[in-house]
Structure formats: C-alpha cells, structure tokens
Ligand binder design. Structure first.
Ligand code: ADP
Ligand code: MG
Length: 542
C-alpha cells in the first residue's frame, strides 16, 4: 500500500495460493499420482487398462507407460511424472518405485508440516538422509562378475517378474543377457553397453518362445530383384554409401546430340561407367552389396549377372548396425573399395516372417551389434514383450557396466531404513525427525509389495524390521509364500543403479515440491497454475 492506494503487481484474474495451502495442494496432487500406480508394483501387481481418446487400448503395469498415457493437469503432479521420466532415461526400469517413493516422502513431509516443522528443516533432513541412504546402498551392494551368466539372468528375470511376459521370462532373460554380453565394449577401465547396438524388430503371429537373438541385423527390406538368389552363405559384404547410378548434375545441363551414333556413344559411356562400378565390387570379392543410396536398373542388371546380392536405400542407422555387426567398413567411393573393407556374415537371406519378407544378416563373427526378433500372438502381446525386453536389457546393461547389484523385494529399502533410524539419533534436533521420516518413507516399497500380494503390510513390515535388526540385510518380501525371506537366495536381485537413481530423484523431487510456498497462476491456464510449469511431460524415451 502506498498511502491508501493498493499497488497492483499481478495481472487481473491471476490466482495465487500461498504458504501452507499451496504446499498441501502440491503434496496432495503428487500423492494422488503415486496412489494411482501403487497397485501395479511388483510381481503380484495388477495391470491397468488405458483407453485413449481415440479408443485405443493399452494393457500394462509399466509405470512409465501408464504415466505417459494418462493426461495429467496439476503441475506438481507433472513433476512426479518427471521423476518417472528421468528414472526411465537413466535406468530403463524402476519407474513405479521411484514415483511411489516420491509420493511417500511427501506424505511423510506433510505429517511433519502438520507438526509445525518448517519445510526448510524437512528439506535439509531429507538431503542428509538421501546421501546417507545412497552411501548405505553402496555398502550393502554385492559385486558381480561378468562371467556369472546365471546371476545376470536372475537380474533380467527380476525386472520381468511383474510383466505379462513372465511366462517366458527364462527364455527372454537368456536372450537379453547374451545380447548384452555380445555387444559390451571395453573403454579403458570401464565397460560400456550402448543399447542402440541392439536392434529390435517385432512381428506378431508366433508364440513368445519363438523370440530370438540374431548375431547380426534384420532389415525390413526385400531383395532388389526377384531373380536374385534368396540366400548367400559365407557372405562377403560391401557396405557402400554411394549411388550405383550416373550422378545427375546439380544444374540442368543439356547435351545436343546430332546423330544416332553419338547417342549410342553416350549410352555406351554410361554403361561403361556403371559396369566399372560393378566390376570394382566384384574385384573386391564381395558377393553382397548393402547400399545406402539407390541402385539404378542398369547397375542392378549387372550386379545380378555377376551373382551379387544387393539391397539399396538402407537407412543410415541400419548401415551403422550392419558395419558393427559384420565388421565391415562403410565406403563412400566405390573406386576405393577393397577386400579389407568387406564385412562378413555366415548367412544373408531373405526370409518370410508372417506374410512379410525380411532380410536376415546372421552368424556374424564377433558382432558388436545384434538384433532381437520379438514374436507374440498379437500386437498387444509383442508390444508388452518389447517393454519387458526393454527392461531386461536395461537392467543387464546397468549390471554389466557397474558390476554391483543389490537385493530386491524391498530388502535394500528395509536395510537402509534401519541404518537411517540409527543414524538419525546421531544427528539429533528437528532434522532427526526428518531423517526418521525418510526411513519410514523407504518402507513403502516392501509395504506395497506385501499389500499387492494380498498380505498384511503391517505384520510384514514388523517382521521385516526384526529380521534386519538381527543382521539379515537381504531380508525382503517373498510374495509367493507370503513370508519374509532372503532375497539374494531367492535370486531377486537388481543392479545398484536402479535403487540409487530412485532414491536420488525421489528425494530431489520431493524437496523441490516442498520448497514451493507460492503458486501464482496466470489467468486462463488450464490447471490454474503457472503456465509452462512442468510442460513437455509425457514424452518418454523407451
Ligand atoms: P518398477 O517400475 O519400480 O520396476 P515393478 O512392477 O517392476 O516396478 O516392480 C519392481 C519391484 O518388484 C522391485 O522392488 C523388485 O525388487 C520387486 N520384485 C521383483 N521380483 C520379485 C520377487 N520375485 N519377489 C519379491 N519382489 C520382487
Ligand atoms: Mg520393473
């Protein structure tokens, strides 16, 4: 107020919510999102049927997929979706847990706020707790050796336990592990796995058990000429990034031809040049040509006559995969092509898959790129298998890169909760309460697993706590028998990075939401919240 004159800062119609109200609303919205997907957690979790505006149906229990499909309005709820998104981008698995954990941290924070604990104190307590939690996770992790294929398969199976693909998980786990072990690369001390080197193709019409890994590449293409052979054994492959055609000039050039002999000479010259290119390929010893650009009719004819199998117009990414798989080099100038540039594949063949034709480049020696051909009876099945395989590949990749695993089934969360409770005593003050609340929040993981398995969550948590107090740090929820059990013995194991990222991003998001004490929303914004806030949501990298 200036004298009696009110100062108007915000535009007319702007809504504003301050202090406790703003905080509670944000927290409530975030908790609502977490509650929506809670029932899908774990092997006994339920599925959600999502119907979009056009009536398309997705049935899934994949947290990332659910949050991607449903339309969320509230901005702080959108921040929770960001948690799922970052979990998916960093780890490819564990999204449901990350969201549930964020929701529970906020629920615990709300209790503290109700007891008049200042958000700043909660914030710093959560920060201390999350650091301690991540350190503890590291100290209870188990080293993994890359030769332990069985253990890697258990990691894959744990990630698929909650998917509809679980009936075929033995088979899919074997495929995922061998794919990752085939393509992993050493970079100095570190092991790197680039999932881009695993190509995934889906074709419905056969059982899941027909899903296979191919040491090579699958091209969604046909032979360029029907007279061409359908199968080349021990193929020597030229990878070419140039057209088998006489280049058209950039400018319109016109050649004046006065008599028929000149025309013939011109055509002869063109033929000679094309023949020269084809001869170059033949001289290199290649019997297969994969070409990124086009192959003209004349070139096709000569290639066919020389018995060279050729495919044109292959995408850049497929060319790269072919190079990695066959060990060949992509050559830009056909004149430079020589024997040492050629790649190798035991078989190059056109196969019929369902009612379509595809080119299989298989049995490559030491491939650094492989393909998975996913089969299932219907499109819904192949889509869900793809999601399951994506999770399996992701976790095996993380395990191979970090070579550290942790116990699943809520075991790690329960152990960290125990450590945090003891630790909070040494911190004291009001932050102690926040650290204890963080510990309580972590227990939402075993609690929800138990609840979804139809067990009594309170009893299970009490039993779990007592086992951990006795020193059983791998004790978690055996969802099949309904008892507390050693998760490592049950082979319920996960790569360390999944839990680490969950704790990290859940606590970051919860703290960010807690710091907000003022929500100013411009007139007309759909959610009556600031526009642009948390936008661009729902775009997952899968
Ligand atoms: P998320 O999206 O968080 O990965 P999931 O539905 O895949 O959610 O469930 C993952 C949780 O299920 C993890 O806590 C994992 O440890 C647990 N889990 C997986 N298999 C088992 C099992 N056989 N017994 C108990 N818990 C399991
Ligand atoms: Mg999972």
């Amino acid at each position: 107020m200036l004298g009696n004159q009110p100062i108007i800062v915000l535009r007319e119609g702007t809504k504003r919510e301050k202090g406790k109200n703003a905080q509670s609303n944000n927290i409530a919205a975030a908790i609502a999102i977490a509650d929506t997907i809670k029932s899908t957690l774990g092997p006994k979790g339920m599925d959600k049927m999502l119907v979009d505006t056009t009536g398309d149906v997705i049935i899934t229990n994949d947290g990332a997929t659910i949050l991607k499909e449903i339309e969320i309005e509230h901005p702080s709820a959108k921040m929770i979706v960001e948690v799922a998104k970052s979990q998916d981008a960093e780890c490819g698995d564990g999204t449901t847990t990350a969201v549930i954990l964020t929701g529970e941290l906020l629920k615990q924070a709300q209790d503290l706020l109700d007891q008049h604990i200042h958000p700043t104190v909660i914030n710093s307590g959560f920060k201390i707790a999350s650091k301690k939690a991540i350190d503890t996770l590291d100290s209870i992790s188990i080293p993994l050796s890359l030769t332990d294929v069985k253990l890697l398969e258990h990691i894959a199976k744990t990630s698929m336990a909650s998917k509809s693909a679980r009936s075929a998980k033995e088979h899919l786990a074997k495929i995922a592990v061998s794919a990752i072990l085939t393509i992993h690369e050493k970079e100095k001390e570190n092991i790197k796995v680039d999932l881009d080197n695993i190509q995934i193709q889906k074709k419905q019409g056969a059982g899941i058990e027909k899903t296979e890994m191919i040491k090579g590449t699958i091209l969604d293409k046909k032979r360029s000429h029907p007279d061409m052979v359908t199968h080349v054994k021990d193929a020597k492959i030229a990878l070419i990034d140039a057209a088998f055609e006489i280049k058209k000039t950039e400018v319109d050039a016109r050649i004046q031809i006065q008599d028929p002999t000149q025309l013939q000479a011109f055509l002869d010259e063109e033929e000679k040049m094309i023949l020269h290119l084809v001869q170059k390929v033949a001289d290199s010893g290649a019997d297969v040509v994969f070409c990124k650009k086009s192959i003209g009719d004349l070139a096709e004819h000569f290639l066919l006559k020389k018995g060279i199998f050729s495919i044109a117009s292959i995408s850049e990414s497929d060319m790269k995969k072919l190079a990695k798989a066959t060990g060949g080099k992509i050559v830009a100038n056909i004149d430079d092509l020589s024997k040492k540039d050629l790649g190798f594949a035991g078989n190059v063949e056109e196969r019929s898959i369902g009612d379509e034709k595809m080119i299989f480049v298989t049995d490559c020696k030491n491939p650094k790129a492989v393909s998975l051909l996913i089969r299932g009876s219907t499109e819904h099945v192949t889509d869900d298998i793809e999601r399951a395989v994506h999770d399996a590949l992701s976790v095996v990749k993380l395990a191979v890169e970090d070579q550290k695993i942790t116990a699943g089934g809520g075991a790690s969360a329960a152990e960290i909760a125990l450590v945090l409770r003891n630790y909070s005593l040494t911190v004291g003050g009001r932050e102690q309460m926040a650290i204890e609340s963080f510990a309580n929040a972590l227990e939402i993981i075993p609690k929800t697993l138990a609840e979804n398995a139809g067990l009594d969550p309170i009893n299970m948590i009490l039993e779990l706590r007592s086992e951990h107090k006795k020193g059983n740090k791998y004790a978690g929820i055996n969802v099949d028998k309904g008892v507390v059990d050693d998760m490592v013995k049950l082979h319920v194991v996960e790569p360390i990075r999944v839990s680490r990222q969950q704790i990290f991003s859940a606590s970051e998001a919860a703290r960010m939401i807690l710091r907000i004490d003022d929500v100013i929303s411009s007139k007309g914004s759909a959610s009556s919240m600031p526009s642009g806030y948390g936008s661009d949501v729902g775009d997952f990298d899968e």
